[in-house]
Write a protein that binds this ligand. Structure first.
Ligand code: GDP
Length: 356
């Protein structure tokens, strides 16, 4: 499955955040025999629709979609020069499908900052510089070959042009993602900065509700998504029951735990969406890429479902909830039979028909 790598300078709250994420691990909660990797946190994407479906179908359990977060230790200045830890760091990022930068915005004088001052802008630049330098090295390596090939083969020209454009962008200090370049012709280079980015700002408690402060930080990272949380509080929230947690959050001007926002935004950043299934055993959200067709969606449940796909019976979540049952939805003509070209929509409640 797709994963998001968590990176950041030392002492910004990564471990605190990651511990909170792993305590929230849905694998551990739902699959007692699953192998849990120490540096991977599998987090459920909050989905109130599952509660409603479980009610309608009298489901025994609810299974949300999940996002894998990987703790990538060891960003250091000079990582791109490929010294020891630096190499491992870059290799781990290369394997991630998106990059989540944790940035310190909390002021606590008792927590030392590696550069002696709290400056989100400088920290973002420090990290981006390492990633940009690594990408420039990658480009320098392939460029001579591409230039030679382009002289012999016409179809290499678009790739060469895209790589040259990426080089210009990187040399100006911008990431490929922030510049909005088309990642498709660059895919074979596996550039780090072509991956989607999101930012977690670890902020002081009294800044969680400060919109001006947050907007200033948002501007630093736009068009990437910014999430604001206090890692220490997130790790404490895990220990509370839902009601107490909500009360604490609301007292700080937050509507949901930062981890929940992070899971949702992370899921979206990866280009994923869900469809739903429900029955007496479980109400479940399944993960597909945006734009997936009905047979591809069926394949997520089982490859046999995709191979033997006949039709999908689709009811939109809103119709199902307002009509109260599948039988009612069918009677009112709200259950659609969709074929193999159907593109799945968010909130589709589905039952697949297939040959085995
Ligand atoms: P890492 O090096 O990025 O993994 O950072 P840690 O999670 O180990 O945190 C470094 C220090 O900062 C620890 O002493 C944490 O208790 C503290 N810390 C983490 N998050 C916060 C926060 O939101 N507010 C404050 N005041 N301290 C924090």
């Amino acid at each position: 499955s797709l994963s998001i790598g968590i990176v950041g300078l030392p002492n910004v709250g990564k471990s605190t955040l990651f511990n909170a994420l792993t305590k929230n691990d849905v694998l551990a909660a739902n699959y007692p025999f699953a192998t849990i990797e120490p540096n991977v946190g599998v987090v459920g994407v909050p989905d109130p629709r599952l509660d409603k479906l479980a009610e309608i179908f009298n489901s025994e359990r609810k299974l949300p979609a999940t996002v894998d977060f990987v703790d990538i230790a060891g960003i250091v200045r000079g990582a791109s020069e490929g010294e020891g830890l630096g190499n491992k760091f870059l290799a781990n990022i290369r394997e991630s499908d998106a990059i989540c930068q944790v940035i310190r915005a909390f002021s606590d004088p008792d927590v030392v900052h590696v550069d002696g001052k709290v400056s989100p802008k400088d920290d973002i630049e420090t990290i981006n510089t390492e990633l940009i330098l690594a990408d420039l090295q990658t480009i320098e390596k392939v460029l001579p070959r591409l230039q030679k090939e382009a002289r012999l083969k016409k179809d290499v020209a678009p790739t060469l042009a895209a790589v040259e454009q990426a080089k210009t962008v990187l040399e100006s200090g911008q990431t490929v993602f922030a510049a909005g370049l088309d990642p498709a012709p660059l895919r074979e280079l596996h550039l780090l900065t072509a991956k989607p980015f999101l930012y977690v700002f670890n902020v002081d408690e009294d800044e969680l509700g400060d919109e001006d402060f947050k907007n200033g930080l948002r501007e630093l990272v736009a068009p990437a998504e910014a999430i604001f949380l206090n890692a220490k509080i997130e790790s404490e929230l895990i220990e509370l029951d839902d009601e107490e947690a909500l009360e604490l959050l609301q007292s700080m001007g937050q509507e949901e735990p930062g981890l929940a926002t992070l899971a949702r935004v992370g899921f979206d950043t990866l280009g994923l969406q869900t469809y739903l299934t429900a029955g007496p055993k479980e109400a479940r959200a399944w993960t597909i890429r945006k734009g997936a067709t009905a047979p591809e969606a069926a394949g997520v449940i089982h490859t046999d479902f995709q191979r033997g796909f006949i039709k999908a019976e689709v009811i939109s979540y809103d119709d199902l909830v307002s009509l109260g049952s599948v039988a009612e939805a069918r009677a009112k003509g709200k259950a659609r039979m969709e074929g193999k070209d159907y593109v799945m929509q968010d909130g589709d409640v589905v039952e697949f028909r297939f040959n085995v």
